[in-house]
Design a protein around this ligand. Structure first.
Ligand code: T46
Length: 149
């Protein structure tokens, strides 16, 4: 009886942890110490609420350039600034805005489907993206007027 209760409690905790419905900063575990360096890990079901289908990275973006300028119909992503500083400006279809800054390699930003994003970078920034789907141009909404319809 006690064991069943504990199992149920742990399951609820687990569901709560993975119940990502809105953009959210994920703090990954950081293994190591200053004298050795660190490892951070993004494992499916512990930190990643989808099966990983693609990983890509962007780098050497000049600091006056904004990337993004689109939303996704279905794609979910986690963005990580493994170096440098990255600012992500998000809007939902009601035009509610949120700004997130990534500047440490043990944090990521989860972005659900349906968020417009504009992204600026420090020149030394490297963005790693963990994505729920393979690349598909049909999943992009690149016209803002169409996005807020
Ligand atoms: C996002 C931000 C963070 C591919 O061929 N395969 C890919 O997996 C990706 C991501 C892009 N591309 C091609 C498509 C374009 O010809 O690379 C070119 C640049 O892509 P895009 O203009 O979409 O790049 P960003 O940096 O504006 O956006 C990308 C992702 O598309 C987007 O989902 O959230 O990085």
């Amino acid at each position: 009886m006690l064991i069943s209760f504990l199992r149920l409690f742990l399951d609820l905790e687990y569901l709560n942890k993975m119940n990502y419905k809105a953009p959210k900063i994920i703090e990954f575990k950081k293994i190591g110490e200053p004298s050795l360096g660190y490892i951070s890990v993004a494992e499916v079901e512990e930190y990643v609420p989808f099966d990983i289908k693609r990983v890509y990275w962007t780098y050497f973006t000049p600091d006056h350039v904004q990337r993004g300028g689109h939303a996704h119909k279905q794609l979910e992503q986690i963005l990580i600034a493994v170096s440098g500083n990255i600012k992500i400006y998000l809007k939902d279809q009601e035009e509610n805005e949120a700004v997130f800054e990534l500047n440490k390699p043990d944090a990521g930003l989860y972005i659900p489907k349906g968020y417009w994003r504009d992204i600026s970078f420090s020149h030394n920034a490297v963005l790693v993206c963990i994505a729920s789907k393979v690349y598909d141009e049909d999943d992009y909404i690149r016209d803002y007027t169409e996005f807020i319809k």
